[in-house]
Design a protein around this ligand. Structure first.
Ligand SMILES: [Zn+2]
Length: 275
């Protein structure tokens, strides 16, 4: 079994976000710990966040935070301080909310030497995790390949984790739309993806799944999420992935366009694929 859920708003606080997820039949959820559009630091209500953690514990809900969009691990060292503070703030909040971790995009390097981009990512991860002693992990998310090829392969993700000084504080979040759009997953090759990921040690550290269908074909490198069963991936490959042993027990969270303001029926549909 997996824990199916969706992305929810924290407009009314972390506890309410968890309650809202529970109410619509989710057994997991994702939220933005703070405004996703900027890197400002949020001072949050610790008691409220801890109440969220208690509620989730009671109800068996799993959760994860998603880092703000401008967070980029691959920036040059002189720009990395603002990124560092944003990572630590995100980890603080997700930890207090009892979440598995903070989902962070792999990053976009704008310079000429791609190797330097990878070095920047490792530098920033080391700098952040040296100061981090909570339970929440960094969850590196695979990318669709839009604008940059970086972060689209399992090899890169595993390599970054292995080369960092704190691999135990780093896990992975597999986005199914991104895996499909990048060409890593074609819809027909899940067994190969599973075998390769297992050999590399990727699946040992997979902590979360973003379950999205794709509006564009495999290999298109376009990052546009579609509702489950309504995109180019389709129902059968999603069903195969959901029933795979490597995702067992994980939070599987929809980041699909919500129909009528709620993901309730889509969660029920995804759960029906598991029966
Ligand atoms: Zn995602």
């Amino acid at each position: 079994m997996v824990n199916v859920g969706c992305h929810v708003s924290i407009q009314r606080g972390y506890l309410q976000a968890a309650k809202m997820a529970f109410q619509i039949g989710a057994s997991s959820f994702q939220y933005f710990p703070k405004n996703p559009r900027n890197l400002t630091i949020k001072s949050f209500n610790l008691h409220e966040a801890e109440a969220c953690a208690r509620f989730c514990e009671e109800k068996g809900l799993l959760s994860m935070g998603h880092a703000p969009y401008p967070l980029n691990l691959a920036v040059e060292e002189d720009l990395s301080d603002i990124m560092l503070q944003a990572i630590l703030n995100g980890l603080d909040i997700t930890d207090a909310c009892g979440s598995v971790g903070l989902v962070v995009h792999f990053g976009k390097y704008r310079g000429k030497d791609p190797l330097q981009g990878y070095k920047n990512i490792i530098y920033l991860l080391n700098k952040a995790l040296r100061q981090w002693h909570g339970k929440a992990c960094i969850l590196l998310e695979n990318q669709a390949g839009e604008g940059t090829r970086m972060g689209t392969t399992l090899e890169e993700l595993v390599k970054i984790r292995n080369l960092s000084d704190y691999p135990d504080k780093i896990g992975f979040c597999l986005d199914t739309c991104h895996a499909f759009a990048s060409g890593l997953w074609t819809g027909d090759n899940w067994n190969e993806v599973q075998q390769k990921g297992t050999e590399l040690g990727y699946f040992d550290h997979l902590k979360a799944v973003h379950l999205n269908d794709s509006m564009y074909a495999s290999g298109s490198r376009r990052d546009r999420h579609s509702c489950i069963g309504k995109g180019h991936i389709g129902e059968a490959p999603i069903k195969q992935l959901l029933r795979s042993s490597v995702v067992k027990g994980l939070p599987v969270v929809l980041e699909t366009p919500s129909q009528g303001g709620s993901h309730q029926s889509e969660i029920a549909y995804v759960q029906s694929l598991l029966d």
